[in-house]
Design a protein around this ligand. Structure first.
Ligand code: ADP
Ligand code: MG
Length: 198
């Protein structure tokens, strides 16, 4: 019998990368991919790819993202699961960037896929995040990198995502990364957390 997708993911490390918008999740994940060869899955990038496709579903996502809100859990989880299955044979680990955005998303991922090995908490202050997002907005072409949407995204982050940290705290898998420094300073902390896994 063909191996089931869950078996294929059995030995994979699952690393949740959680932090506010503009905290530097994508920047750090890219560096981790180069050094450790993990597979990077950004829920934001997956959604933006759907928007670019011009589908009806994509238009719906775009409206939600421009309002700074969260796309429904079922949609995100299915997208993530499909992307993971597609890479399960060749991947030793997954960086799940921008997920879970709320506690419920974390609970459902655990139930339906598997529990995370580690949670990297990319922690930057509000002023730093705003500054970086406005900087990114100059070249990103992202329609949510404008002042009004940034304010809403930050509200969503503090209301919905910060509780995720409290939820995982007692499980002992959180490594808090001070994301105020330079890219390399932050990466040194990320490497220390990942190296401790082996
Ligand atoms: P996220 O994926 O968490 O939204 P990004 O990785 O896209 O954040 O980073 C947002 C912006 O901040 C980008 O323009 C990026 O170049 C910049 N940036 C990321 N990390 C740092 C850092 N440590 N110092 C300065 N700028 C950073
Ligand atoms: Mg990102």
């Amino acid at each position: 019998m063909a191996m089931q997708w869950k078996d294929k993911l059995k030995d994979c490390k699952i690393i949740f990368v959680v932090g506010g918008p503009g905290s530097g999740k994508g920047t750090q994940c890219e560096k981790v991919v180069h050094k450790y060869g993990y597979t990077h899955l950004s829920t934001g990038d997956l959604l933006r790819a759907e928007v670019s496709s011009g589908s009806e579903r994509g238009k719906h996502f775009q409206n939600i993202m421009e309002a700074g809100g969260l796309v429904p859990l079922e949609t995100i989880l299915e997208m993530l699961k499909d992307a993971m299955i597609a890479k399960a044979d060749v991947s030793k680990g997954f960086l799940i960037d921008g997920y879970p955005r709320e506690v419920k998303q974390g609970e459902e991922f655990e139930k339906r896929i598997k529990p995370p090995t580690l949670l990297l908490y990319i922690d930057a202050g509000k002023e730093t995040m705003i500054k970086r997002l406005l900087g990114r907005g100059l070249t990103s072409g992202r329609s949510d990198d404008n002042e009004e949407t940034i304010a809403k995204r930050l509200d969503t982050y503090y209301q919905a995502t910060e509780p995720v940290i409290n939820y995982y705290q007692p499980k002992g898998i959180i490594r808090k990364i001070n994301a105020e420094g330079t890219v390399d300073e932050v990466f040194a902390q990320v490497c220390a957390a990942l190296d401790a896994l082996k």
